[in-house]
Structure formats: structure tokens, C-alpha cells
Design a protein around this ligand. Sequence first.
Ligand code: PBG
Length: 337
Amino acid sequence: MTDKTDTVDIITGHRRMRRNRKADWSRRMVQENRLTVDDLIWPIFVAPGTNIVEPIDAMPGVNRMSVDKAVEAAKLAADLGIPALATFPNVDISLRDDTGSNSLAANNLINETTRAIKKAVPNIGVITDVALDPFTSHGHDGILRDGEIVNDETVAQIAKAAILQADAGADIIAPSDMMDGRVGAIRRALDAAGHQNVGIMAYATKFASAFYGPYREAIGTSGLLKGDKKTYYIDPANGTEAMRDAALDVEEGADMLMVKPGLPYLDICWRMKESFGLPVFAYQVSGEYSQIKAAAANGWIDGERVMLETLLAFKRAGCDGILSYFAVDVARILSKR
Ligand code: PBG
């Protein structure tokens, strides 16, 4: 019998949110988002030489690998079912100059890596970056003239570099430089060179972030970089500007969009997915990775659970996939479930 004074029962009795949460089976039944191996893109660092696996201090568990070792890593990733790799080169310091001219060498480190991986592991996707920062002596993503990162000259150069990367077998070109007009220029250059099937994953919104610190150690730009990247990356305060920037990439022919960094920018992931309907990827960047690793190493958090929670959060925010240094760890965990 209902007691009219039992307000709790009358008001909330039929709205108990906890009913669906009561057991593992029902929680699984109502789970809205799931992480699968198909969601993972693994960024790897390559270095000159052979038989080199060199730990990166600021990224525990991540190594720079020579091309032969990168090929082994690609095999491992393919065996685990990871769809694609994103490659970043630690270019020999003697090859870096003001204009990043080594980006235009057909046999540079990034292109040799692609060739070797595509030959040995043809079924894994290879995503290459065309930004100039691994190749410049000043660590900027573009050509530096009189204290300015010049836009149009940089765009012309990265469009040429994109052709060479596609010639080497890259499946997707991912420009991370944030120069204006680069997606359209790369698209036209690829098409003119017969690479109609090579896609573009635009770093549609790349923020001027402090989360990139460990990456700069990984590719050896931290000691080189003069000043900051605020004249070309987006101000972390600006969401609407980020959407306008992404809209241009869509107009210029991007096949996929990326948000970088990831977790602090989930609102942008969501807005982008809602607005454009294109595949959206988040890059869980080096600083995001290293914070989790460091806290876990100190016993302050459960590293594995936090890792999985962050990746699931990207799915909830509408992402179709995540570039993550955790990709292999996660793929192993998922394969045991
Ligand atoms: C630069 C570039 C950056 C990253 C990849 N390419 C940022 C930067 O150095 O400014 C960051 C990746 C990461 O932090 O994991 N084109």
C-alpha cells in the first residue's frame, strides 16, 4: 500500500537510474559506447640506423626505432588488428636546415620507413605527417623568414613533400602544420600526380598546447624550437575559431578530421562530428600519455583503467578513432576480453 506521505517513493519510485546498473550483465546490455581495436591508430617514432630501439625518457614505454624495427612494430600492430600507424621521424641533426629541405628528399627517413613497412606489411595503413618541424633547424612547422613562419611558401613545399610521401606508399597524408590553404594545395598536388586514392586526414584543429612537450623530446625539436607556435596553431581558448578552421579543411577536400590534443578538447570533437559528419579522430598526445604513465608509476592512479577510460571518453564524444601511444597495450587487453 502506498503511503501518500512517502514522497520519495511517489516521486522517484518509477525513475530509479540504478536499476539498469544493478549487475554486470545489465550494465553490459545498456553500454552505449565500446572501444575496439578498429578505433586505434598507433603513432610511432623512427630514427636513422639499424637495430635501434631507443627509449624516450619523457614517454616511458615508447621508443624511437630504426626502420627495420619499425617494420617489426608494424607486423606486431597488424597481428593485433590495429588498422593504421602514424609515423614521425627523428631526423639526423645534420640534415635539418632553415627550410626543412630534407622533407623534399624522396629517400628521407619518413619515406624509407613507409616503403619498408608497405613492402613487409602491405595491409596496415600508413599515415604520414607533412609538417616541416622534424626537418627544420628551428623546430617550426614551416619556413622561417625574418622571424615569420611564411605561409604560402611552406604550403607549396609541403604539397611537394606530400607527393613524395604518396609515391613512397603513404595511404593518408596528415598535415599537422596548420598553414592556411594546405589541405586544398595537397589535394590538388596529389591528384595532379595521380594519387587520387591517397586520403587527407586534416589536423583540422591543432591547438597551441603545452601537452606536446614529450613529443618534442622524441623527435629532437625541444632544444631547437625558438619561440612558440602561436602564430599558426589555435588558441586553446577558441572553440568557434577552431570550427571555422575545420570548415575550411572540409571545403578544401579533407577526407577525415583530427582534433589535437585530445582529452582537453572533447567539446571540439563533439562539435566537429555533429557539424560535418566526416570521420573524426582525436590525437591523445604525448603529454596526455606521459601524465597517465607518471601517475601510474607513482601508484597514484590505476594506469590501465585510466587509459581505457580516456579512450572510451573519446568514443562518447563522437570520435571514430584515436591516435594513441597506448594502442598496442590496449589492443592486447581487448584481445583478451
Ligand atoms: C608538429 C607536431 C606536434 C606533434 C606532432 N607533430 C606538435 C609540436 O611539436 O608542436 C605532437 C604529438 C604529440 O605530442 O604526441 N607538427
